[in-house]
Ligand binder design. Structure first.
Ligand code: SAH
Length: 343
């Protein structure tokens, strides 16, 4: 009989598992806290659990952990981790240091099937979804390895989080649980290329997380040039789903917009974007596109970036330009993993 990953269970699932072993439910809370608060990697660490029970658990369950394959430290302090999740499949996560604390960018899938043309994660398609524990283990492993306190988490590594909805939601509930790491939902950002029906599903959960939408274009024609997903979900339906998300949760939505030279970075594009977003509870994050070796997209020029930002601001849309970290260590999505696979 193959064993089940204990770290992949919610507290409720753990309660059932403990009951099935003929034990009292309070044991579930203790085990959950070992796994998700104290970062235990073996049953021997479960100090307040009797040895007989540890052995009984060990017959049916195992505790997953992630192996660090490579760790790259940038001059600016950004650290990129490459993990092996078995069968030669690699995933990556990035630790970024800011004045307010550390932010962690993690992956939700190995590869991605969304096909955005500027993104390195999608070049080989989707390998597989990550389990909730594989998403959690990126956080726990990096926390332990770096000794840093994790202030916030962004689901902006490889993969489309809403294409792995069930496991991502499970991850969110576990990481937020007070008996676990207890990370506030407001410290978590979920970034999506805009799967509208899944955004509606997320709205129903009324979580307080920040929803970030990768828009990258002011209209469908331009969007279709770089994002195949635009053929299925018109921009209008995405903005509508985002407005509904704000209504359901009271949260401001972030739109990400990677500025690509000659594609989406003109003053006209900025005016069209501001007209689209006017009156909605939002914030635009402008990102100078990261060059990816496998494609021809070039980052917009500094003066276009500044002009784009000032048009949006003048039109009353709150706008920031993202600071670039870790460019010397292939810190952009999927870049390190890609490089490694070629070697
Ligand atoms: N699939 C999700 C999350 C992963 S990508 C999404 O689409 O939002 C995280 C963010 O990085 C997205 O906004 C994505 O469009 C952006 N991105 C991908 N490749 C990039 C590149 N080369 N330069 C700048 N941003 C990039």
């Amino acid at each position: 009989m193959s064993k089940t990953d204990l770290r992949d269970l919610t507290l409720d699932e753990l309660k059932l598992a403990v009951e099935e072993l003929g034990e009292k439910p309070f044991r579930a809370k203790q085990i959950f806290s070992w796994l998700h608060q104290k970062g235990a990697e073996s049953f021997e660490e479960f100090k307040n659990i009797p040895q007989a029970l540890r052995e009984k658990i060990g017959e049916k369950y195992y505790i997953s952990k992630l192996d660090i394959v490579e760790k790259l430290v940038s001059k600016d302090g950004t650290v990129k981790y490459l993990f092996d999740i078995g069968d030669g499949i690699l995933i990556e996560s990035v630790l970024m240091k800011y004045s307010y604390g550390c932010a962690l960018c993690i992956s939700t899938q190995a590869g991605c099937r969304m096909g955005c043309k500027f993104c390195a994660s999608t070049l080989d398609g989707l390998e597989r979804n990550l389990s909730a524990s594989e998403i959690l283990n990126q956080v726990y492993t990096i926390k332990k390895d770096s000794g840093e306190n994790i202030h916030s988490i962004v689901l902006m590594g490889s993969g489309e989080p809403l294409d792995n909805f069930e496991n991502v939601v499970k991850f969110l509930y576990i990481i937020n649980h007070p008996e676990g790491m207890g990370l506030g939902m407001r410290h978590i950002t979920l970034s999506t290329c805009g799967l509208t029906e899944k955004i509606e599903e997320l709205s129903k959960l009324k979580l307080q997380l920040t929803l970030a939408i990768s828009l990258h274009a002011p209209n469908d024609d331009i969007r279709k040039k770089t994002m195949p997903v635009a053929n299925k979900y018109p921009l209008e339906s995405i903005v509508k789903a985002a407005v509904n998300y704000s209504k359901a949760t009271g949260r401001r939505v972030t739109y990400e917009y990677a500025l690509i030279k000659g594609v989406n970075d003109s003053k006209e594009n900025a005016l069209e974007l501001s007209a689209r977003l006017k009156g909605t509870l939002c914030h635009v994050n402008l990102i100078p596109v990261n060059d990816v070796k496998e494609n021809d997209f070039i980052r917009a020029e500094e003066r276009n970036i500044q002009e784009f930002a000032s048009v949006l601001t003048q039109k009353g849309i709150e706008t920031t330009v993202r600071r670039k970290l870790g460019s010397d260590i292939n810190a952009a999505c999927g870049q390190l993993r890609k490089k490694y696979k070629r070697c």
